[in-house]
Design a protein around this ligand. Structure first.
Ligand SMILES: [Zn+2]
Length: 376
């Protein structure tokens, strides 16, 4: 049923429309036109205004042609990371890659292309399907911002499949961590480094001592932490009066997350006190963990659909966040599915044509499985 040529052409077309975060409009308009041609209803929400994007989330509502099916939602994000402008996709046998100067953007346009192909197939073959919704979100890559402002009161689906993980099709993510990010301003006192160094407090040294006391990297199986940015100082002859540290903590255990964040905060406070100075610490709770049981309906359905497809499902957890964190937090049970993208967010990003096809088949299998369930 899949028309490989059409699928690949559509994918390439999507890749060629620039859509870095906050600049999704051109892609969103292209997609809404496609959806209209297929005869489905769509709307844009107001999320764009709230996150300074030139587009809202694109929400597609599909009325089923048979009753008693589980209403399901598919989602993918429209935005890409950088460098993501003027992407020149190259088809190299089975492999689709960029020319090496940019990312490819298969994260997440492979999912969008597969969803479009699946919708085409439903129409062309008069297949039966229940009520469905599709969300093409904005600003996922800069902190799940589109999903955050998606009004779930407007969504009728009972569960969601977020098509946004790397690796082989059949991988189902049912557990992901919470993430806290933080920005720490460590204050010292400036002074001439040669004339009156005793008047100063060296903020770089304070930061160094604090850093040496922190636990960073992999803390345990479900917990990680990182300081990713450090900046400060102006000249070699000035005792620096300020250093900024930016970092994050993640854990699939909320208590561990809170404990580690608190520990880092305490190290900063103790160290600055020791140097008779101070710090300002800003902590942001970025997103919340989820941990769906294998008995949860959305997980079962994803497993059944993988089996229907003939691939061995792999139920696993991740260290990364996605729109599924937000959906789960808001009460919509959601899993993340792999779509075959490799080396996402890098210049070596690629996808195999067979994975574009497999993802499309997986979507169709999920639709098929949803109709075997009972409506609740
Ligand atoms: Zn993604």
């Amino acid at each position: 049923m899949i028309k490989e040529k059409r699928l690949v052409e559509n994918f390439i077309r999507l890749i060629k429309i620039d859509s870095i975060s906050r600049e999704e409009k051109q892609l969103a308009e292209f997609l809404s036109k496609k959806i209209e041609d297929l005869g489905f209803d769509y709307e844009f929400d107001q999320a764009g205004e709230k996150v300074s994007s030139n587009s809202g989330n694109l929400i597609i509502r599909i009325k089923g042609n048979i009753p008693n099916r589980i209403p399901i939602l598919f989602s993918a994000h429209m935005d890409t990371v950088t460098p993501g402008k003027n992407i020149n996709p190259i088809i190299d046998g089975e492999k689709i890659k960029s020319d090496g100067k940019t990312i490819l953007g298969a994260d997440n346009k492979a999912a969008i292309a597969a969803i479009l192909e699946a919708l085409q197939i439903l129409k062309e073959n008069n297949l039966s399907y229940g009520d469905m919704e599709i969300v093409f979100s904005i600003c996922e890559e800069i902190g799940l911002k589109g999903a955050r402002y998606l009004d779930l009161n407007q969504i009728r689906a009972k569960m969601a499949f977020v098509l946004d993980a790397g690796g082989s099709v059949g991988k189902i993510i049912h557990s992901a961590p919470s993430q806290d990010t933080f920005e720490i301003n460590i204050y010292g006192k400036s002074a001439h480094a040669g004339a009156q160094p005793e008047e100063g407090i060296n903020a770089i040294q304070v930061a160094g001592v604090a850093l040496s006391r922190m636990r960073l990297g992999r803390i345990d199986e479900e917990t990680t932490s990182n300081i990713g940015v450090i900046s400060g100082g102006e000249a070699t002859n000035i005792v620096p009066d300020k250093v900024i540290l930016k970092g994050e903590v993640r854990s699939r255990n909320q208590e561990k997350l809170i404990n580690l964040t608190t520990e880092i905060k305490k190290i900063i406070e103790d160290t600055t006190r020791g140097f008779k100075t101070r710090a300002a610490i800003k902590i942001n709770e970025e997103y919340c963990l989820y941990n769906l049981s294998p008995q949860e309906k959305v997980v079962k359905l994803a497993l059944q659909a993988a089996k229907r497809l003939g691939v061995e499902p792999l139920l696993t957890s991740t260290g990364g966040g996605s729109d599924a964190n937000i959906f789960n937090q808001k009460g919509l049970p959601s899993v993340v599915l792999s779509i075959g993208v490799e080396k996402a967010h890098s210049l070596e990003e690629y996808i195999l044509i067979q994975d574009l096809k497999k993802t499309t088949e997986y979507i169709l299998a999920l639709i098929e499985e949803a109709k075997l369930g009972e409506k609740d």
